[in-house]
Design a binder for this molecule. Structure first.
Ligand SMILES: C[S@@+](CC[C@H](N)C(=O)[O-])C[C@H]1O[C@@H](n2cnc3c(N)ncnc32)[C@H](O)[C@@H]1O
Length: 219
């Protein structure tokens, strides 16, 4: 099972939502991509932060695409059901725990509020396919994933992210992941204390990946 937990690196997630919310207000279709989401804790943490900060009407328009290669074929079911063992919800701040989780009768599992679940869709997806689920993302979160790839693969994935982001969209990575070499003029750092970047629009055909097809691999 991949290592992850709810509200991991809360600081970066909060900074991302802080920048993202004013950027998306007024849009009818608002998309976040959580790339390399493991068993969904990060995607649901983002959903909770969005529910708190976007306001009712904007939140209604939000969809989070949570993707992972899911080598163990376990994640789809976990994310869809939004059901987690009680030891995995211990780190959740009490406010969020009380508001968005319901314990089962035995008390050994907690379910995420269905109002959040319906905003998170899981797709089994290999980043190295370089085929995005969609374009037009306002925020891409890709944390603790790029370290799995070599330098050439990272560059290709970064080109994919660049293409999939809306003009001015945001990209969040983990604290230790600096911008990939060759992309310094395509993203600008927007936080002094988090790896949160904003897309700079440039016209450069060498960065354009092949066909952007919407995949039907939805679980
Ligand atoms: C350490 S987890 C990160 C989970 C979460 N983003 C976080 O920061 O807590 C790394 C994830 O990357 C996924 N991953 C590895 N190679 C991948 C690939 N080629 N395409 C998509 N996901 C991949 C793994 O399956 C794993 O779930």
């Amino acid at each position: 099972m991949a290592f992850t937990y709810f509200f991991r690196d809360t600081h970066t997630l909060e900074k991302s939502i802080e920048q993202f919310v004013p950027f998306v207000i007024g849009y009818q279709n608002i998309y976040i991509w959580d790339a390399g989401c493991a068993s969904g804790q990060e995607a649901y943490s983002l959903a909770m932060l969005c529910a708190e900060h976007m306001g009712y009407f904007a939140f209604k328009n939000l969809q989070i695409d949570a993707t992972d290669i899911d080598a163990s074929n376990l994640f789809a079911d976990i994310i869809r059901r939004g059901l987690y063992p009680s030891d995995q919800v211990q780190r959740i701040p009490p406010y969020y725990h009380q508001k968005y989780f319901t314990g089962n009768e035995k008390g050994d599992h907690y379910g995420i509020d269905s109002k959040l679940c319906k905003h998170v869709r899981f797709y089994k997806h290999d980043l190295l396919s370089l085929q995005p689920i969609r374009t037009n993302y306002s925020l891409i979160v890709c944390k603790n994933v790029l370290l799995h790839f070599n330098e050439m693969e990272r560059r290709k994935i970064m080109a994919l992210f660049y293409q999939c982001l809306r003009s001015g969209g945001f990209l969040a990575m983990e604290q230790t992941q600096k911008m990939i070499h060759g992309f310094e003029d395509k993203f600008t750092l927007v936080a002094t204390d988090a790896q949160l970047y904003r897309k700079i629009d440039t016209v450069d055909n060498s960065m354009v990946i092949s066909d952007c097809k919407t995949t039907s691999a939805y679980y």
